[in-house]
Each structure stands twice: as C-alpha cells, then as structure tokens.
Design a binder for this molecule. Structure first.
Ligand code: GLP
Length: 251
C-alpha cells in the first residue's frame, strides 16, 4: 500500500486528479471506478479543469459507480446519479452510453445487482477504482459485517452511515436505509489499481485501521490490505494517526 500525504484537501484533489488523468492518457479506453460523497468532489473539479485545458480526454473512457440509494430516481436531488452528473459527467466529454450507475429505482433490484456485476465482468477490469472511506471503515456501501466474498448486492446502511449522510438530506428520516453497492469482492477482484482518498480528522481512525488494523469484517476497508496495488492519498488531518516514518511526503 502506498501512502501519500498532502498538506490539505486542495493538494489531495490535485494529486488524485493527476493520477486519474495519467491513467487515461496512457490508455484512452480506461475504465474508471467512481465514488460519491464529499471527498471526491475536489478530484472531479480538478479533472474538469484538466479537461477544459485539453490535458485529458474522456471520449473513450467508461465509468462504473460504486453504489446508489434504493428508491431514489436518477433525478432525485440526493441520488448518486444526480450527484455524478452535477459534479462531473455534465462537464466533460464522456459518452452517455459509457456511464454506468446502479439503478436504485429498478423494481427488480436483485436483477439490477446481477446485471451490474455482469457488466463489470464484461469490461474485464477497472483500471483505476476511486474510493472514499466511511467513518466506520466502509467502502462503497459495504458496511461493517459485509462478506468479503460479496458481489454487487442489496445492502442495508448502518445507523452511523445514515447519520453521517443525513447532512445531505436535511433530515435523517429521509435517508434511504437500503442501497445497491458493488461488493468487496467486486472491488478487490476487478480493480487493477485502487485509489483511496481520505480527508479530515473524522477519517483518521478509519484510515489507521485500514492500514494497520487486523483484516476483519468489522472494518471492511482492511480487506484492501490484500490488494496488490492500492494508493492512499490523505490530507494531514486524515493521516494524523499514521506513523510519520511510513508516509510519503505530499506531491
Ligand atoms: C458514502 C458513500 C461512500 C463514501 C462515504 C464517505 O457512504 N457510499 O462511497 O466513501 O459516503 O463519504 P464522504 O466522502 O462524504 O465522507
């Protein structure tokens, strides 16, 4: 696991965007795995700037998002569909048919999960999978207790995730309790390179556990210790608990 620590969130966003853009510039048909939440917003803004400055071209890129809330239509203000279009897809030259996000309003949820997993398998590999991390160590919506051999499936949000995400909905009661999420196995097996981003002191405990904790279902992100190619970019606040000797100084 490679750990890169930046001074602040802006530097984290710039460094992660450079890594994603370099991947695309080496392979035009890059398959990107994408995450939502507030952490990757800066990455998306930097990628949009690189696109405007003609330093990256998304026309042959394919994307797969990690997850979506169950019951929200793509147009719902808090759906991850809308988040992705508002924060990224509407601002770059990505082809609509290359964008994949689980459909949380499909009445056939099990079928939706199976088809999503098949689509990922059909592209062969995700070249670079962007991940955030939950305060409880979740990745995607794989909460503590998730099966490390799990594929894309219907998952229940933990109480702490509902509380953490309530800020987007205004009211905790409005946060959906179910989601579709790529499974831990999907993430670990399909990703050639995992790029995990962590920002802010609230993530310091989860980040420490992910890097140094015992690999356990209690902290799903610890399974990334088993992956051969993980880069973590964290800002100083998120890296607070990591021993200084292990860190690579910011880019
Ligand atoms: C949600 C998403 C995760 C994300 C996490 C952290 O639960 N499903 O993919 O990593 O939140 O979000 P934030 O970056 O806002 O802290």
């Amino acid at each position: 696991m490679k750990l890169i620590i930046t001074d602040d969130y802006k530097a984290l966003s710039v460094a992660s965007a450079k890594m994603v853009a370099d991947t695309i510039n080496q392979k035009q048909t890059t398959v990107l795995g994408l995450a939502t939440g507030s952490t990757p917003v800066g990455l998306y803004q930097e990628l949009i700037s690189l696109y405007i400055n003609k330093q990256v071209d998304f026309s042959h890129v394919t994307t797969f998002n990690l997850d979506e809330y169950v019951g929200l239509s793509p147009g719902h203000p808090q759906s991850y569909h809308k988040f992705m279009y508002d924060n990224f897809f509407n601002h770059v030259n990505i082809s609509q048919e290359n964008i994949h996000i689980p459909k949380g309003d499909n009445p056939e949820l099990e079928e939706e999960c199976a088809q999503y997993e098949e689509k990922i398998e059909s592209v062969g590999q995700i070249d670079i999978q962007v991940l955030g991390i939950g305060e409880n160590g979740h990745i995607g919506f794989n909460e503590p207790g998730s099966d490390p051999n799990g594929c894309t499936s219907l998952v229940k949000l933990s109480e702490s995730t509902v509380e953490a995400n309530a800020r987007f909905f205004g009211d905790k009661e409005l946060v959906p309790r179910l989601a579709i999420s790529m499974g831990l196995k999907t993430i670990l097996d399909s990703s050639k390179h995992v790029l995990l981003l962590a920002s802010g002191e609230k993530k310091a405990g989860a980040l420490y556990q992910m890097v140094y904790g015992e690999v356990s279902e209690d902290v799903p992100a610890t399974f990334l210790q088993h992956h051969r190619n993980v880069t973590v970019i964290a800002d100083k606040d998120a890296a607070k608990k990591l021993p200084k000797s292990d860190l690579i100084a910011g880019l």
